[in-house]
Design a protein around this ligand. Sequence first.
Ligand code: NAP
Length: 289
Amino acid sequence: MTMKFLSKVVMITVFGAVLLSIILRETFDAGSLRGTRVLVTGASAGIGEQMAYHFARYGAQIVITARRESALRQVAETCAGLGAPRAFYVPGDMANHSDPARVARFAVDKLGGLDYLVLNHVGSSAYAMWDGGVEHTRWLLQVNFLSYMQMTTAALPALKQSGGAVVVVSSMLGKMCTPFVAPYSATKFAVNGFFGTLRHELAMQRTNVSLTICTLGLIDTESAMEKVRGHISMTAYPATEAALQIIKAGATRQRDMFYPWYTFYATLFRDWFPYYSDTVIRNSFVYEP
Ligand SMILES: NC(=O)c1ccc[n+]([C@@H]2O[C@H](COP(=O)([O-])OP(=O)(O)OC[C@H]3O[C@@H](n4cnc5c(N)ncnc54)[C@H](OP(=O)(O)O)[C@@H]3O)[C@@H](O)[C@H]2O)c1
């Protein structure tokens, strides 16, 4: 009786949440991106590269950044071919303390302002049990978190002027904990904490800057596939679709975006059934001590 009642409540709540999100969701107008000024970080590969191509097809003017100049040049050339009226690239290492602000300033100068700041880059981190690597975690915090903060600080005046958007690419691992990713997960929790607070403050200051936090599950980029192979068997969703969903969420000024669908329910499950959530997580991983 109690279980039946509980499952009914869960079903009605989930159904209600889905319905509400469908009703309240603004529809995406592809034309709204034409001519907009966009900075995408981590755009030499993976989801960032795919975002650059989508923005280019929609006619946005873009600046892309990452460390590898030759890869960036190729992506920028492809963007120009796909329809971006202007496509610039600027190499930068987000582990370097002065590069985040320098890159943001480059984009604002080249484009004459900024409408979208898309923070997406991620430093490489082993998929392994915590081994006490404090220095690595310090470095990763600079790349995955502090540089996001530095770029946002540098870009905010331009975004306030344009009524623009900050789009932050985060992860389910910034909301729930799984094995083998302690440093990465710590950086993503930091990202969610900082940008969640900033979103409140931007609204309280009545700025017209929107802030979208994107929660992604496993996406089929080369770097992610290489890491999880042999540790977990789970469907990886396409990077090009993840990129499109991120752009749509930013353009429609959504508060949050979840892709693929299960990431939203996984975070609910974590809070409602913590014990079962932990058991499912631990049983999903292969580990032989
Ligand atoms: N793929 C997934 O399963 C997954 C799941 C959840 C969340 N996400 C999030 O989605 C975003 C993109 O992930 P992805 O899988 O597309 O990553 P990726 O394929 O590994 O690409 C990472 C990008 O960041 C750049 N980068 C790495 N270190 C950098 C540094 N020190 N300074 C500047 N740029 C640097 C890389 O270019 P260079 O090497 O040229 O610098 C590359 O362009 C990340 O924020 C990630 O946390 C991904």
